[in-house]
Design a binder for this molecule. Structure first.
Ligand SMILES: Nc1ncnc2c1ncn2[C@@H]1O[C@H](COP(=O)(O)OP(=O)(O)O)[C@@H](O)[C@H]1O
Ligand SMILES: [Mg+2]
Length: 270
């Protein structure tokens, strides 16, 4: 079977197909044949111990990491490559950047531009990468800041905002490109505990919006409430996946059970 025959037709928005992806850093084989399909609009939580390859997997989805073999496709189009004859050729930098605008990413440490206000952070990419006018981008930027509860902080600089507020600006910034897919890499791990919920509430709201969400998180209660599918990764492989009810209540694999027994807080009722 050729690659194009295995890809779905492009009439859906936000379908992610990861197929047999391998990735090494030198001698370290970090992704060991990962396959995962995420349906358009679905919410997927990825759990797993530190070093299991979760961030690397997220980064292959927007081609921040090149895969060594296998492929990632979004809505039937290969990420980072095009197919010519029977071989794959990496896209030009310009086309990679264009493709990346369809995929929003929110990082653990917010990664806001410190010298720009909240609104300027949100406006930057639509103007630079999508050719929107400043006026259009500002109007949309203010709407998005309102959506994450920060309209009154539009002109504040990151250093004047709490971690939770900065992360909500980062989410507004990711939404500004109207992405098909939003990737979150431990979006609440750098936050003080009392600021976690304000960020999770924003992500909860996004979960009902029809955008495909893939979220690496250690927040089990959140994953149980919000995710359609929970995926457990260990040592570069998907050990098992299922609905939160299936996976939390009845994990099949010993590695999954061991992980949950360490991480699930005693008050966590399934
Ligand atoms: N750019 C890199 N160069 C070398 N090793 C890396 C790089 N990125 C990640 N790794 C290694 O790959 C493994 C998986 O990392 P990562 O995907 O960040 O795991 P996780 O997000 O699950 O903690 C780790 O051993 C990490 O040290
Ligand atoms: Mg990580």
């Amino acid at each position: 079977m050729t690659i194009t025959e295995t890809l779905a037709p492009a009439q859906t928005r936000g379908l992610v197909e990861i197929t047999e992806v391998h990735k090494s850093f030198g001698a370290l084989h970090v992704l060991r044949g990962v396959s995962l399909t995420v349906e358009p609009g679905a919410v997927t939580a990825i759990l797993g111990p530190s070093g299991s390859g979760k961030s690397t997997l997220l980064r292959t989805i927007n081609h921040l990491e090149k895969v060594d073999s296998g492929y990632v496709a979004i809505d039937g189009s290969l990420v980072g490559y095009k197919k010519r004859g029977n071989s794959l050729h990496e896209l030009r930098e310009k086309d990679i950047l264009k493709q990346r605008t369809e995929i929003g990413m929110v990082f653990q440490n917010f990664n806001l531009f410190g010298h720009l206000t909240a609104l300027e952070n949100v406006v930057e990419a639509p103007v630079v990468a999508q050719g929107k006018t400043k006026a259009q981008a500002r109007r949309r930027g203010l709407e998005l800041l309102e959506r994450v509860g920060l309209k009154d902080k539009a002109h504040a600089y990151p250093r004047q905002l709490s971690g939770g507020q900065q992360q909500r600006v980062a989410i507004a910034r990711a939404l500004a490109l109207d992405p098909k897919i939003l990737l979150f890499d431990e979006p609440t791990s750098a936050l003080d505990p009392e600021l976690v919920n304000e960020v999770l509430d924003v992500i909860r709201e996004l979960a009902t919006s029809g955008t495909t969400l893939i979220i690496v998180t250690h927040e089990m209660g959140f994953a149980r409430d919000v995710a359609d599918t929970v995926v457990f990764m260990d040592q570069g492989q998907i050990v098992e996946s299922g609905t939160p009810a299936e996976l939390f209540a009845n994990p099949h694999e010993a590695r999954t059970k061991a992980f949950f027994s360490k991480i699930i807080e005693p008050a966590f009722n399934i």
